[in-house]
Design a protein around this ligand. Structure first.
Ligand code: SF4
Length: 321
């Protein structure tokens, strides 16, 4: 297998300073928010790579940099060997971009309510000048809807059906990589499973590669081939699902697994662990997880841990063994 996507040193810093006059009056300097910090990973072709983390961990920012909605502050994104930031031939960049699609969290917000489903699905092909004859009907069938649904409007569908329409639209331009940003978190649990199964079937059928972005580790357990756990913009653990779920190495991964919905031996729901993700404008020193880490020591407060191999995982923690 070859690496379809290679991400190296990917960094995204936002200037969140107040306007110049306010800064002068308040005697404040500029403020920067590091949303993504020096992230490396690879996605093999026809596999699913899951990026998992809480809100504010930088996972959606990485997804947006991959599809070209955001420009990295530093680092590289290579897709099929083409470096999207450094490639000088715009035709090569455009040909790579044409192979990438994105599915968003809220299927209603991402569908134009005034357009019929046929127009929504065929829009990406229309802009590329492809053949539209019967395309929407074929794709609707492929995602488990009826061809006659092409003439309806988005409000005539349930949440799960609308997400199927979003998937059909993403498939219209025959992508090879789909970035799925929380594709099921707005859906009921039973519908979530159906949509994830559909995505899994389509991956096998069409040879797709997925970057799956989610806050919920349980969603990716049966779907991901590799999982990266993000904390405050940094990849803190990367492993295959079996190693990650059976022997999590990083205390944050352990915390996320503890927070997954479950009940204790008496049938009572186990409360999630305490603690908030820190302010990314003023991140903690050393390991940014140290204020929440139950095993933090002095070195954790002083030094940022390097990423190293521990068992089958890559882990950024001084104490993981
Ligand atoms: Fe916890 Fe220290 Fe490891 Fe950070 S480096 S996760 S604070 S033990």
């Amino acid at each position: 297998m070859s690496a379809f996507v290679t991400v190296k040193g990917l960094t995204c810093v936002f200037d969140v300073s107040k306007p110049w006059l306010n800064r002068v009056l308040e005697r404040r300097g500029k403020a920067f928010l590091t949303a993504v910090s020096d992230v490396d990973f690879q996605v093999e072709e026809r596999t699913t790579y899951a990026l998992v983390g809480e809100s504010g961990s930088g996972k959606s920012t990485i997804g947006r940099m991959l599809v070209g909605l955001l420009r990295p502050s530093d680092g590289d994104v290579e897709i099929e060997g083409i470096n999207l930031a450094r490639e000088e031939d715009p035709a090569k960049v455009a040909s790579v971009r044409a192979k990438i699609q994105m599915i968003f969290q809220d299927p209603y917000a991402s569908l134009n309510p005034r357009w019929r489903v046929r127009d929504i699905i065929t829009e990406p092909v229309l802009t590329q000048g492809g053949d539209l004859e019967g395309l929407a009907e074929k794709l609707l069938q492929q995602v488990g809807l009826h061809p006659s649904d092409a003439g309806k409007f988005p409000h005539e569908f349930s949440g799960g059906q609308r997400q199927r329409i979003c998937i059909a639209r993403a498939l219209a331009s025959q992508p090879r990589l789909i970035v799925c940003d929380e594709p099921t978190s707005a859906l009921d649990v039973s519908v979530q499973a159906q949509v994830l199964n559909l995505m899994s079937d389509l991956k096998d059928e069409l040879g797709l590669t997925y970057l799956l972005i989610t806050h919920d580790l349980t969603v990716v357990r049966h779907m991901a081939d590799r999982i990266g756990v993000l904390y405050l913009g940094r990849l803190v653990e990367e492993a295959d699902p079996h190693s990650l779920f059976e022997t999590p190495k990083h205390p944050y991964t352990q915390m996320l697994l503890d927070a997954a919905p479950r009940v204790d031996g008496f049938g009572r729901e186990v409360p999630p662990p305490q603690g908030e993700i820190p302010d990314p404008i003023n991140p903690p020193s050393g390991c940014t997880f140290h204020p929440r880490c139950p095993i933090a020591t002095d070195i954790c407060r002083r030094e940022r841990p390097a990423t190293r191999k521990v068992g089958n995982a890559l882990v950024a923690c001084h104490l993981a063994e």
